[in-house]
Design a protein around this ligand. Structure first.
Ligand code: B12
Length: 212
């Protein structure tokens, strides 16, 4: 792996929040693809952090510092991913479901979609069914993306789909779901149109939905 990417990865794992911005800024100057910095540096680091947390090697405070460090890095890469010329290829509404505050993965999906030329409206986190459905009615996106990181909040995805159906909106929008505990079988069971295991798959899914 590229030495600078390795440094970024280690920086996030170790929560070196004071250094991360300059590290990311430096590597971006070399002309490296922002996707690579995100996938092999920032995302790869959070995968390691997640595993360490699951294994009991680190606890919530360390996890939060790493998450914050990752976000600082993402903010530097973001302007490089977006602002590409041309009309948006389609509109995607994204949000993390009710009761769930995890937004790192969702934010990465948002950035990758923006980088791929889609207009993304990000509803944020802890979004209740009513708000999602109202936004679908108002914005008329081609795709709705829902994220959940807690097994306890996954049922909210089903509620959104049921409510869209009840309001006669289901046929107007493709629904994709994602987040660590979600899988393709769950997506199918709740009647979603697709599941993506990472941000790259999210982009591929949206492309397949809107035909770009
Ligand atoms: C960082 C983190 C936090 C941070 C969140 C910071 C933030 N702003 O997001 C903080 C410390 C706040 C936190 C809090 C909690 N957390 Co937490 N957290 C994590 C951790 C370590 C990493 C999550 C993460 O950011 N991963 C990195 C990103 C890049 O991956 P990702 O989210 O999966 O996203 C990728 C894909 O899934 C996909 N994707 C994501 N969304 C979408 C959407 C669509 C449409 C598509 C197509 C794709 C897609 O693309 C993304 C990019 O590749 C995980 C552990 C883990 N291994 O996942 C636990 C974890 C999710 N947390 C957990 C828990 C229990 C909690 C708390 C309840 C802890 C507590 N006791 O307070 C609270 C809950 C707060 C709440 N109400 O939401 C558990 C969940 C267990 C479960 N089975 O439900 C986990 C799994 C840890 C564990 N092993 O126990 N957490």
């Amino acid at each position: 792996m590229n030495e600078s990417i390795q440094k970024i990865k280690e920086g996030v794992i170790e929560g070196r929040h004071k250094e991360i911005e300059s590290l990311v800024r430096e590597i971006c100057k070399t002309g490296i693809s922002p996707d690579k910095v995100i996938q092999e540096g920032l995302i790869a680091a959070m995968n390691v952090v997640g595993q360490k947390f699951s294994d009991g090697e680190i606890f919530v405070p360390e996890m939060m510092v790493s998450a914050m460090t990752m976000k600082l890095g993402l903010n530097i890469v973001k302007p490089l991913m977006t602002g590409k010329a041309g009309a948006p290829k389609g509109t995607v509404l994204m949000g993390t479901v009710k009761g769930d505050l995890h937004d790192i993965g969702k934010n990465i999906v948002v950035m990758m979609l923006e980088g791929a030329g889609f207009q993304v409206i990000d509803l944020g986190v802890d979004i209740d069914v009513e708000k999602v459905v109202a936004a679908v009615a108002e914005v008329r996106p081609q795709v709705l993306g829902l994220s959940a990181l807690l097994t306890t909040t996954m049922p909210e995805m089903k509620r959104v789909i049921e409510e869209l159906r009840a309001r006669g909106l289901r046929d107007r929008v493709k629904v994709m779901v994602g987040g660590a505990p979600v899988d393709a079988a769950f997506a199918e069971k709740i009647g979603a149109d697709g599941y993506g295991s990472d941000a790259v798959q999210a982009v591929a899914l949206v492309r397949s939905f809107v035909g770009h």
